[in-house]
Design a protein around this ligand. Sequence first.
Ligand code: FMN
Length: 350
Amino acid sequence: MLNILHHYIGTKILNRIEPEISHAIALCYLRLLNQFVKKRKIGNPMLKTKICGMEVPSPIGLAAGFDKNAEVFNATLSLGFGFVEVGTITPDPQFGNPKPRLFRLPEEKALINRMGFNNKGMLHVSKIAEKPKLGIVGVNIGANAKSINKILDYTNVFEFIAHLFDYVTINVSSPNTKNLRDLQKPETLEQILQDVNTINVSLKRKVPIFIKIAPDLNDSIVTEILSVCEENYVSGLIATNTTINPKNLKNPNSFEGGLSGKPLFNQSNKILRLLAKRKNASTVLIGVGGIFSASDIYEKIMLGASAVQIYTGFVYNGPMHIKRMEMELKNLLLSDGYNSIDGAVGALIR
Ligand SMILES: Cc1cc2nc3c(=O)[nH]c(=O)nc-3n(C[C@H](O)[C@H](O)[C@H](O)COP(=O)(O)O)c2cc1C
């Protein structure tokens, strides 16, 4: 009954309201739910898997950007996500870019956003993230728009909050903070990783580190980024963030910001496939971009993703769709003779 209510609110009401207001209403509702949830439903045992040693009940995660301030992670876990990623969190609180900055393209099943890391900062998040968690919660970290030393911002946030989360994602791929994507350059990325690793080894519990990359990169840069990650003990890569490429739209129109949803599916898969072909066996991949169905998830898994994350598909299809995709994913695995996710990972590139 509660599921139907969540779904009705998510798909029938919220999708008719101005996008950022609708997101704020969803968060209000989830904050309320967050107070009451004490446990989450056990998923289908076949979908249980491990990401860098972290046990998750399903490989379907919530992508960064939905719960920017880590306020509703238990509520989103209770909706059926196997794991959730909060953030992006920066050292100082910031408002982000001027509104309007979030747009729906319903015919394209897409969103355009230029939010610009609106978040309440690491101090605020550190206070609420101590709360017991109902599952695996990762934190995505970034730099302040006005920062003069963006590399130092990553070290500062990592030092302040990494110990409160199961894993940390270093976001060097948002298109909405000026010059942030330049941090993907191998020399700069290496510097960030060395600094963060120095802190990580001093923690009581070392956390797995992921790098989230952009879809708008050529093959040789992707390969270089992968080498830097593997030389600097990165556990995995998240492919990908939003695209700045208007050509992905059916009706190409220039836009300012990042495009997510259906038009991103093939482009993010191209990066995923390349990473899967070139990576070391121990490097884990998480596939993100344009997932709307179980077969989209299955395709990313077969291309080498050990898990996936969703944002835009969740906005359009609502919370009940997560459980539905779980069931369908189980059937897709069974019909190809797999009895676990692990067996199918990378099947298309072997
Ligand atoms: C409104 C919005 C805000 C986002 N904010 C962040 C963010 O703060 N950090 C981040 O790493 N990715 C952010 N993303 C990107 C998503 O995490 C994801 O990589 C991208 O949307 C592709 O997945 P999708 O097609 O399922 O939406 C955001 C996406 C949207 C639509």
